[in-house]
Design a protein around this ligand. Sequence first.
Ligand code: ASP
Length: 327
Amino acid sequence: MNRLLLLATGGTIAGCAADSTTLNDYTAGVLGGDALLAAVPQLQDLASIAVEQVANVDSADLLFAHWRALVGRIRDAFAADPELAGVVITHGTNTLEETAWLLQLLIDDPRPVVLVGAMRPATALSADGPLNLLQAVQVALSREARGHGVLVVMDGQIHGARAVTKVATQGVGAFASLGSGPLGWVDDVGVHLPTTSGSRQVPFAGLPLPERWPQVPIVYGSVEPELLMLTACLQAGVAGLVFTGTGAGQLSAAERSALQAWPGKRALMLRANRCGSGPVHHHYEDERLGLLPAGNLNPQKARVLLLLAVLAGWNRVQLAALITASP
Ligand code: ASP
């Protein structure tokens, strides 16, 4: 029988409310991975699934230490067991896209790594977690998913780690791949994904993850932005900084002047955008201000990339090349 590893981290999929009609006032990360598995007995016919609890938290409370543990466990599991078909990770939906993108940049194996969550707690009427979990397992076991990189399965859709983002606070269809659409879908007939060559660039494949991670804040653009945020970051000597610029990643004149006048060492800085979709392209002032366009990465994913780039000791040229390469 196929072997799968289920890594449970918490979230609404493991959340409990006082009664079945309560959809918002609940505690995330209550049930263990074993309980999630037990709620879907059909899984027993599909695979032999080993469950490990990496965390049991609301994904807003996920820490770098959890990321380090997840990456270490997946790398070890793939290295130790050539027969392991894939890995499924249950996760809160709020930061699921960040974990998916982190793993996409770090895990070098054609076998599927699939993240799944739920928008309704496990106690809800019509909870979406059990079907989402079943479908995530279907995808992780499928030949079609091999070589696609890290995938997210929600509401029957299969998304790639780079493009997927949470786009709604309510409703089971809260994920989208803006600009590109989902990679495929999964239903009772099977897994529908385009075939892939299976060769994928994994830029930080061998990168060891330390206990202490660099400081990489996100600064958000608005009308008359408070410069104290930017100034505080520069003064703190952060290693990286993401600007969520207006429009196509624009900084205000005041922010640009503050950057230009900064006499100290410059962090690695990316310009993302607050529109939600569409690319940020090169601007003629970027070099002078020490900025780099984040391409089509949203601010939270630009931050994940920056964290890894700083850990790997990358410079601006390496970072720019990777943003264009679309791993
Ligand atoms: N607050 C929850 C979390 O991210 C939301 C969810 O899982 O849908 O853990």
